[in-house]
Write a new protein. Sequence first.
Length: 500
Amino acid sequence: MTVPPITISHWLDNRRHVGSSADTADITNPSTGTVTGRVALATRDDAAEVITAAAAAFPGWRDTSLSKRTAVLFRFRELLNARKGELAAIITAEHGKVLDDALGEVSRGQEVVEFACGIAHLLKGGYTENASTNVDAHSVLQPIGPVAIISPFNFPAMVPLWFFPVAIAAGNTVILKPSEKDPSASLWLAELWKEAGLPDGVFNVLQGDKTAVDALLTDRAVKAISFVGSTPIAQYVYSTGTAAGKRVQALGGAKNHAIVLPDADLDLAADAIVGAAYGSAGERCMAISVAVAVGDIGDLLVDKLAARAAQIVPGDPTAGNEMGPLVTSAHRDRVVGYIAAGVDEGAKLVLDGRETSPLGDPKGYFVGPTLFDHVATDTSIYRDEIFGPVLAVVRVDTYDEALELVNSSEYGNGTAIFTNDGGAARRFTTEVEVGMVGVNVPIPVPMSYYSFGGWKSSLFGDSHAHGMEGVHFYTRTKAVTTRWLDPSHGGVNLGFPQND
Ligand code: NAD
């Protein structure tokens, strides 16, 4: 029996808000193919209403003391920690990742809340006494206003959590535009903010698609945009948002390589690469999608990868399986299309995920782990971001060839090297043109107090997410020069101020 659809609405002034649009999109449970709800798709008028609420709340929140702001943050952290299982279940039901993975996503997001709880320390400016005779100088970091976060389907909680704890802690108000594929996590987080005592209008949610995004990109009241999604949309968001005079950080797609040097422990490397390639069915921007075998280890490495990958059977994500379905039927079809293309392009199909029988509802969007060997670098399965459980093995003779492969990729999000040679690893971390690098670590997602972001077509803008770069993105610096006049300084002087 189908579950009756419900409407997933916007959120403003600490309540659900249906809006004026009659347009909705279906929400589907990808492990059963059942429609479980409908999400509102905002009109420009709906967007204007939410932006107005965020703009109205800004002066009050900006002027709220740091101790009161951080008290709300600490309460939010406690509630999230106590109830993260509920959020994980919502993510699994709409995204399809297994429950453990959903919990992991929430925990990594929670780390950013914990980082933001220390905002008072992070917002300290500088002070210089007697910079010139009897003149003091100081700097302050002030919030910038209402800011928008536009997020992708693959981390419906963690990606928004990369941004909004820091933005809110720094005194900004927020409009979150979640992916229309899995929007329910945003409303759960909004309810939690309310329970934590966040004032009306500080955290808002605008549901929708391109219309909602375009409204956020062009409305003068929105001062900054944090976007995460595919590269073409990231590029569009960056150019449109900056042309409208906003700060924009737009994180895009990826094609992450793992380099395996001949001296590596191949069992450990295979364990790590299989986890990073097939975890969350490959729907991670930090997934490993290319393994580069250096020297004569190719056959052995492929055997080890295949043996491990063959053990993974996708199935019901709530029933203890290791891998769930893909997010939509359209995405499943796209991934299956790439597997067919890989065969046509002449790569050797070692493991075919199209043939896996899932441990779940046959109407779910399952594809099993797929492994290609001898992949040529001019093929679509090497070049394109497939965003599914498809791993391509490329064989090269030398470290230099492996480095050249990574550095000539369009993307520069994440990479990893597997080796026991410290010198080679050090050389790689210096020479590779990628934003996040792992040494024997397959998914090198930075801690919340560092910053997350790639290079090249994986990020448009100059600021990465969270850490100090996040604090700077959501604040602007003001430098103040002070002199308390005494009568001895009387008289007009038209010269340029100089230090004395
Ligand atoms: P997507 O680009 O389709 O959508 C991202 C957001 O943009 C969504 O909110 C969506 O509603 C909106 N959007 C979609 N089309 C639009 C358009 N034409 N105009 C304006 N807005 C539009 O991405 P997705 O499929 O949801 O997510 C997967 C992608 O995100 C992958 O490419 C993945 O690598 C990337 N990603 C990157 C990172 C990173 O940190 N670099 C992290 C997670 C995901």
